[in-house]
Design a protein around this ligand. Structure first.
Ligand SMILES: [Zn+2]
Length: 409
């Protein structure tokens, strides 16, 4: 890899390569059978770390219009995400004293799965969601939704209309916004003087330590540690005042920020920063073994699948997710190994997985066709899916969980 990557946060040219996943299709670009007649676009997918601010980032961007015009991820299809959203909203309503005079803005509000909780509590809310088909679902629930990408432009526009927010929420969007300085500047502009920003995203330290390489895909530009985030927020006059670690998506952070001086900084922030320094997040050695571990998992998984095929076992997969696409394409596991991919979303059923072209079917195909083994591509929802598929397991079906280590359950 040649490296002249300009860091998308600090602007310096000091990146070191971490992992090269080669040419990959867009991980959310599920194909229709008719699409197979056309060439499938593929783009380089490489991960690097900035040796100045220690931000992990992918090196090659795909234009966002290619990515989001018809997005197929509906948050409401996960019971776990719905419950998580409900509990978080109840906490914010109580702690922040939100009422009929407040405004809650959610960035990448998806189908309104989160804001509907504020609407039920009669707190005014506004969603910002670039995917037209998903924004429409939110509007049908009665949630005002702007069809936009978030950034300084839309924030300035809302602030000019006296629509600054008491609470800005962003779940699993921050790491997907390539112009991260514009995104954080927009948060600053949109926030009331005493307002709060709460962002959730996969945690870069869990990502490295648990070899969650399959969460790398073109939409997912950044893998944030607190070490890398603090200078980014300070640059825009914002201060991180609380951080929580969540078990979601293989380990996430929930980050609380406000205007500098508006809220007392709680011990959780310096504590996690100190922990990261102890681990060496601000040195190249911390990232050195990642690529090797990715290849170790590949060797184990590919050998296991080959052995099962040799023994005449039938194998399927569960979860037509973005991470599934990265894993299957990088590990070279395709339709000759996996009979089908089961997925709960009717928007995905009837389509084919990107690059590997495996048919996507409803989950009840697992009990109907009873494959001997099912590769769990959405391992981040393992508990929920294993419980939903108890009948398949009772009939002798086994799941293969690939990450962080290959295991059969
Ligand atoms: Zn940097």
């Amino acid at each position: 890899m040649s490296f002249h990557l300009k860091c998308r946060s600090c602007g310096r040219t000091a990146a070191a390569p971490i992992l090269d996943l080669g040419l990959q299709p867009l991980a959310n670009n599920l194909l229709t059978p008719a699409d197979l007649a056309k060439p499938e676009p593929k783009f380089p997918l490489r991960l690097a770390v900035c040796q100045s601010c220690w931000l992990l980032q992918i090196t090659d961007l795909v234009p966002p219009v290619e990515l989001f015009s018809e997005y197929l991820y509906f948050s409401s299809f996960s019971d776990l995400m719905l419950r998580h959203a409900r509990e978080a909203c109840a906490g914010y309503l109580k702690e922040f004293g939100l009422n009929a005079h407040s405004l809650v803005v959610e960035v990448a509000s998806n189908d309104g799965y989160l804001l509907q909780n504020f609407m039920a509590a009669k707190v005014p809310c506004l969603g910002i969601e670039p995917a037209a088909n998903i924004a429409q679902v939110a509007r049908e629930k009665g949630i005002e939704t702007l069809e936009e990408f978030f950034g300084q432009r839309i924030a300035t526009d809302l602030a000019a209309k006296n629509r600054q927010a008491d609470l800005i929420l962003g779940n699993n969007v921050f790491a997907h916004a390539p112009d991260t300085n514009d995104f954080v500047a927009g948060l600053k502009t949109l926030l009331q003087p005493k307002g709060r920003i709460v962002l959730e995203f996969p945690y870069g330290a869990d990502f490295i330590e648990h070899t969650e390489f399959d969460t790398i895909y073109h939409e997912h530009v950044f893998y944030f540690t607190l070490t890398a985030l603090q200078p980014l927020f300070e640059r825009h006059g914002l201060t991180l005042f609380r951080v929580q670690r969540l078990p979601l998506h293989g380990g996430s952070l929930r980050l609380f920020a406000g205007h500098t001086g508006a809220h007392a900084v709680e011990p959780s922030v310096p504590e996690l920063l100190a922990e990261e320094t102890r681990k060496g997040v601000n040195a190249l050695g911390y990232y050195a073994g990642f690529g090797h571990q990715v290849r170790t998992i590949r060797d184990e998984l590919v050998a296991l699948l080959a052995k099962l095929k040799q023994d005449g076992k039938r194998i399927a997969a569960y979860g037509a997710s973005a991470k599934g696409s990265t894993l299957l394409n990088y590990y070279g596991v395709g339709a000759d190994t996996l009979d089908f991919v089961a997925d709960r979303s009717p928007y995905k059923q009837g389509r084919l997985t990107p690059g590997t072209h495996i048919p996507i079917v409803p989950p009840d195909e697992l009990t109907r066709r009873q494959p001997d083994y099912t590769l769990l591509l959405t391992w981040n929802f393992a508990e929920e899916i294993l419980a939903q598929q108890q009948a398949y397991r009772d009939a002798g079906g086994k799941f293969i969980v690939p990450i962080p280590n290959v295991k059969v359950v």
